[in-house]
Each structure stands twice: as structure tokens, then as C-alpha cells.
Design a binder for this molecule. Structure first.
Ligand SMILES: *[C@@H]1O[C@H](CO)[C@@H](O)[C@H](O)[C@H]1NC(C)=O
Ligand SMILES: *[C@@H]1O[C@H](CO)[C@@H](O)[C@H](O)[C@H]1NC(C)=O
Ligand SMILES: *[C@@H]1O[C@H](CO)[C@@H](O)[C@H](O)[C@H]1NC(C)=O
Length: 370
């Protein structure tokens, strides 16, 4: 048995690819998809009507803020709809964790941020690290978190695709908001609300991107000795960073949105591992914090409000790993001991999943990443 500190180190290395997972145990009927698709012969229609939630309207007084008109479109969009937190759920899996009471039997929920068009990534994850299974008694469940494609014509077709995926796999949580980068925090909040309602007992939650590789076995063996009623939010920690003020950057945050030049400590959103205790703390704190366009920073804000700090784990490498020149970056020996690693194409996930499980895999010290 590795010592607790070795395990801790392993976890840090592997957290890059962790994601939370929802389980597909009870089949749920997709609630609705607004696309008509009249020509599809095999269409499993009719779809039930959407639950009605009063559509959230833009906050017109944002336009009175000085400099608003000159901000990039996505910042304006974010500010106009910053107050909107409730959106109808289009696809749900209410019984994923066996109901709120049964959910304490779930050890690890993989909650993976995806986008409607990322079909191949979802398929690869389903077949590899995101398999719903029981690992030495630990039940693993998977859910994908998606919104609606921003382009209306794509949206109708992709909603149909998601509907079919749901029918087959029962692992899609979809809400009726535009799936854009600046709406990731919204996705996070809607997921946490779902989690508290449908799966509050899950001991650990992995939340991450659909292009990370998670060594799920390592995640389970790392968390096995960690009490789930104690704070844990592990990943690749960033400290002393602040908002990017270059309007051309994807991460641009205007001073109108955040005057401070310093972000709280936070974990890269590529992959984080959380205990049940910490998911509740985040959910509670989020009720009092206005939405922020960068989702991983937002989690840092919630932790700070709750008086908690993110924990660095060397096994979590959401930015990838350093591989010496002339050696193979896809050598399985680098990944065997990690928890999460960015970023893998679908075929690379499949290759690596097989390779790290080869019983005859021999690794010398030269490929150790520690
Ligand atoms: C915003 O400005 C418009 C016109 O400049 C004004 O009519 C409106 O009352 C202002 N709204 C707020 C909330 O300040
Ligand atoms: C709308 O924006 C104004 C100006 O920023 C702000 O004071 C107000 O609280 C916002 N309203 C809502 C509903 O968020
Ligand atoms: C977020 O989604 C809402 C609802 O679809 C949309 O109105 C808003 O423009 C989106 N925000 C961004 C920044 O894309």
C-alpha cells in the first residue's frame, strides 16, 4: 500500500483528467427537444412539451455603465444576462444515482462538460475512462453537461442527436441556454443545483472537460482513504493570477465586471476532484455570488467565501505533462500514475485506456514524471 502522501502525490498528478460523472441507472425519458425534424423517419417523436420557465430578459440598465458600448460582444452579452440563473432542463436523468436517498451508494460521479457537437469525445469517454462500473465496490456514474448550440439551425439537429444519445446511454443533462464559453459558469451552477437535488449523497465528484484523460482507477484509489465529509477540491492550483485585460483574449474580463486585479486561488477547470462536503459548500456560496464569465475562477470565489482553499495535487495535469525531447508523449508509462491529463483526442483516449491496462506494461524510472 502506498503511503497517504504518495497517494496524495499520485492524485495530484492524475487530477488533470478528472470529471464528475453521473450514473445511468434508472432510465429517464428525455423531457423535450424543441427541434421539429419532420423528415426523420426514425424520429422517436412526439417529444413532450418543455417545462415553462419565464424567459429571462436582458438587463437594459447595463447599457448605462460607462464604456459598455465599446466592450466586445461576448462581454456585453454576459453582462446583459448575468442575472439569469434559471433555465428549463431539456434532458435529465433523475434516477442516475438511484434517487436522493440511494445516492449515498455512489462513490464517484463523473460530470463532464461537453458541447452539443462534441459527439465523438462523448463516445470515446463512454467507452474508456467514463465507463459506469463498480470498481472494487466503488460505484462510478457519468453525466455529460450540455447547453444548446448557439446557432439555431445547428441547435435543432444537435438536440435531436442528444435526444438519441440520451435514449441509448441515459447520461445527458441538457439545459436550455446557449452553450458558449462565457456561459460555463451557468452550466456549473445548474449542475450543482441538479447534484443537490438528484444525487446529494455521491461521495466524490469529478468535474472536467471532455478532452481530458482521467485515470479513473487512480482517482478511486486516491479518494478511497479520504473522508467525503471533509473538504477536498483537488486539481492544478493557480495563485496570484488576475483578469486578462486584453479585449482580444478569450479570457478577457473588463474592469466594469471586475475592478480587482487579483483572482482568488483556484483550480484549472480542465479537471477537479471534489468531496460531497465541498460540493455543498460551493452550492451554498454560489447563492450569494454574482455569475462570473470564467467558471474555474468562479469556483475559487465560492471556496473563498466558504473559507476553503483549493488543494494542489501533482496527479492532476489539466495542462498536460512535460515530456523530455525525443521521447513519446503518448508513452503509457507517463499516464499510468496520473489522475487527469489534458488534452486527448478521442482515438488517443482509446489507445491510452488500453495501454495503461496492459498487464505486461513495464515502466522504468526514466519515464517517471515525479
Ligand atoms: C439608463 O439610461 C436610460 C437613458 O439614458 C434611462 O432612461 C434609464 O432610466 C437608465 N436606467 C437606469 C437603471 O439607470
Ligand atoms: C441590472 O444592472 C444594473 C447596473 O449594473 C444593476 O445595478 C442591477 O442590479 C441589475 N439588475 C439585475 C436584475 O441584476
Ligand atoms: C448565455 O445563455 C443565455 C441563454 O441562452 C443567452 O441569452 C446569453 O447570451 C448567453 N451568454 C453568453 C455570454 O453567451
Amino acid at each position: 500500500m502506498p503511503s497517504a502522501s504518495t497517494k496524495w502525490a499520485l492524485l495530484t498528478v492524475g487530477v488533470l483528467g478528472l470529471c464528475y460523472l453521473l450514473s445511468p441507472t434508472s432510465p429517464s425519458w428525455p423531457r423535450a427537444a424543441p427541434s421539429p425534424a419532420p423528415t426523420s423517419i426514425a424520429a422517436p417523436s412526439p417529444l413532450p412539451a418543455l417545462p415553462s420557465i419565464t424567459p429571462c430578459v436582458a438587463n437594459a440598465s447595463m447599457q448605462n455603465i460607462s464604456g459598455f458600448a465599446k466592450l466586445p460582444k461576448q462581454s456585453q452579452d454576459f453582462m446583459l444576462y448575468q442575472h439569469c440563473r434559471a433555465f428549463p432542463q431539456l434532458l435529465d436523468v433523475p434516477g442516475k444515482c438511484g434517487g436522493p436517498a440511494g445516492s449515498s451508494n455512489i462513490f464517484l460521479l463523473l460530470a463532464i462538460k461537453s458541447s452539443p457537437a462534441n459527439y465523438e469525445r462523448r463516445e470515446a469517454i463512454r467507452k474508456t475512462w467514463g465507463q459506469q462500473r463498480t470498481l472494487e465496490g466503488a460505484q462510478i456514474r457519468r453525466v455529460f453537461l450540455v447547453g444548446v448550440a448557439p446557432d439555431a439551425r445547428d441547435a435543432a439537429k444537435l438536440n435531436r442527436l442528444l435526444w438519441h444519445e440520451q435514449h441509448e446511454h441515459h447520461d445527458v443533462l441538457q439545459w436550455d441556454f446557449k452553450d458558449t464559453f462565457f456561459n460555463l459558469t451557468l452550466k456549473l451552477l445548474l449542475f450543482h443545483t441538479w447534484l443537490q437535488e438528484r444525487c446529494p449523497g455521491a461521495r466524490f465528484v469529478f468535474n472536467g472537460d471532455d478532452d481530458v484523460f482521467v485515470n479513473t482507477d487512480n482517482v478511486v484509489s486516491f479518494t478511497r482513504d479520504v473522508p467525503s465529509e471533509q473538504h477536498l477540491l483537488a486539481g492544478q492550483v493557480l495563485v496570484n493570477t488576475g483578469p486578462i485585460r486584453n479585449p482580444a483574449s478569450k479570457y478577457f474580463v473588463p474592469t466594469q465586471l471586475m475592478p480587482s486585479e487579483l483572482y482568488p486561488p483556484y483550480c484549472s477547470g480542465g479537471g477537479v476532484l471534489m468531496s460531497a462536503f465541498t460540493t455543498r459548500a460551493i452550492h451554498r456560496a454560489a447563492q450569494h455570488i454574482a455569475l462570473f464569465p470564467i467558471d474555474d475562477v468562479y469556483v475559487g470565489m465560492c471556496l473563498e467565501k466558504a473559507g476553503l482553499a483549493p488543494i494542489s495535487h501533482s496527479g492532476m495535469r489539466p495542462w498536460g505533462i512535460y515530456v523530455p525531447r525525443y521521447s513519446d508523449p503518448l508513452d503509457p508509462c507517463y499516464y499510468r500514475e496520473l489522475l487527469v491529463v489534458h488534452r486527448f483526442a478521442p482515438h488517443e483516449m482509446a489507445m491510452m485506456w488500453q495501454a495503461i491496462r496492459e498487464p505486461q506494461l513495464r515502466c522504468g524510472r526514466k519515464v517517471s514524471i515525479f
